[in-house]
Design a protein around this ligand. Structure first.
Ligand SMILES: NC(=O)c1ccc[n+]([C@@H]2O[C@H](COP(=O)([O-])OP(=O)(O)OC[C@H]3O[C@@H](n4cnc5c(N)ncnc54)[C@H](OP(=O)(O)O)[C@@H]3O)[C@@H](O)[C@H]2O)c1
Length: 392
């Protein structure tokens, strides 16, 4: 029997990788529903190509465009929050959570239903409300499989070992386009330079996060909730080739590495295969000799302060990660819009975190997480409009 897959964030980079794996395995996998944010025409095209039964666009204003683009197809569709939730609630064995940012939290949470697999790429869901998301998954019996490549590697390496066997988990980072740049040069980085990721073609937000290394900080927080480890057991190594995605050091000194070519279709295939393995085409097999020497470096927290801030939020716990994430989303938006320079991203995040009301309890549910998120966004916007971070 073919497994059915609903994709949240179908028009994005992870959506594309997921669709590619499904297209490679038509006997095993079939699309159920699709969700996108604003790209109605792209969503309609994908829905027609994949034979989806339902397509939802989050932006209400795009409903007419989606209806026009799907006219005559027989594909049911809707627009706005209710339509997104309808897509999630429709029958499917696997939900791929790949909306960008905290905007993905509500739909991801709604996808946690008994017996389902949620393949989680949307790390911000765990950063904002990790305790609530993982608690609900356990309570209702949803399997959360990490689609983020580092976490997917760590998950596979851990296998059936108990988490008590683990001394540390190491997440690798490419180091982004500014890995070898001086702090002075990074200070003048343009959006175009920051968007030039060395290994992956990803959405704009995660690409900027990779350049600032905030992405690795968000991933540390994600890992802490996925695996139940504290900050002191989670480490980062810069590894520009991105062949080793994660390392597990066990208590007896054994170290196991999760490796693969840097291609998100590998992690997507693992999640979509659930307990079996799907076949990959030859280009997706790792040739270690061709990959050349593998380099590992310690992250430089002075040149990449965003990683330091995320580590501090992880150590602080409570609502601190949700505040950090919201401030970062506003800062990245402002940087991409040319309103602030690159160093103002961590500076704004730090300022918002410093002013945030200290909430020691993690958000208990989506509503609480979104309230913290909104409050931090308001603070970030207020600081931006005061002008202290503006590009001169
Ligand atoms: N790309 C990667 O290699 C990678 C790797 C690991 C983890 N991740 C994580 O996966 C997530 C997606 O990343 P991405 O690179 O695929 O981003 P992306 O290319 O920007 O795609 C984002 C997707 O989310 C949709 N979307 C945006 N806002 C939405 C909303 N309010 N409601 C519903 N849908 C919305 C977009 O729809 P429109 O196109 O219509 O705007 C698009 O389909 C992020 O959390 C990222 O951290 C990505």
């Amino acid at each position: 029997m073919r497994r059915t897959v609903t994709i949240l964030g179908a028009t994005g980079s992870i959506g594309r990788s997921t669709r590619a794996v499904i297209a490679e395995n038509p006997e095993q996998l079939q699309i159920a529903a699709l969700v996108a944010g604003r790209d109605a025409v792209g969503l309609a095209r994908i829905a027609r190509e994949t034979g989806a039964s339902f397509a939802a666009i989050a932006d209400e204003g795009q409903g007419g465009e989606l209806a026009a683009a799907l006219a005559g197809s027989g594909i049911r569709h809707g627009a706005g929050r209710e339509a997104v939730l309808e897509a999630v609630e429709r029958d499917s064995d696997i939900v791929v959570s790949a909306i960008s940012g905290a905007a993905g939290l509500e739909a991801t949470f709604a996808a946690l239903t008994p017996g389902r697999v949620v393949a989680l790429a949307n790390k911000e869901s765990l950063v904002c409300a990790g305790a609530a998301v993982m608690g609900r998954a356990r309570a209702v019996g949803t399997r959360v499989l990490p689609l983020d490549s580092e976490h997917n590697a760590l998950f596979q390496v851990l296998g059936a070992e108990p988490i008590s066997a683990v001394r540390t988990m190491t997440l690798t980072a490419s180091g982004g386009p500014f890995r070898t740049w001086s702090a002075e040069r990074i200070a003048g980085a343009t959006p175009e330079q920051a968007l030039a990721h060395p290994n992956y073609a990803m959405g704009a937000k995660i690409t900027i996060d990779s350049a600032s290394m905030m992405n690795k900080g968000l991933e540390l927080i994600e890992a802490s909730f996925l695996f139940g480890l504290g900050a002191e057991q989670l480490e980062v190594l810069v590894h520009p080739q991105q062949i080793v995605h994660g390392l597990v050091t066990f208590r007896d000194g054994s170290v196991s590495a999760g490796m693969a070519v840097p291609d998100m279709r590998v992690a997507a295939a693992h999640c979509l295969g659930i307990d079996g393995r799907l076949d990959a085409p030859p280009s997706r097999f790792l040739d270690l000799v061709a990959a050349g020497p593998l380099v590992f470096e310690r992250p430089d927290l002075a040149r990449f302060p965003a990683l330091r801030l995320a580590m501090a939020a992880l150590a602080e716990g409570g609502a601190a990660p949700a505040v950090l994430n919201a401030a970062n989303e506003i800062a990245v938006e402002a940087f991409l819009a040319g309103r602030i320079g690159f160093p103002a991203i961590p500076a704004l995040v730090e300022a918002v975190c410093a002013r945030a009301r200290s909430v020691s309890r993690p958000p208990a549910d989506v509503a609480e997480a979104l309230a913290v998120d909104q409050d931090a966004r308001n603070r970030a916007r207020a600081l931006l409009s005061e002008g202290g971070f503006a590009v001169t």
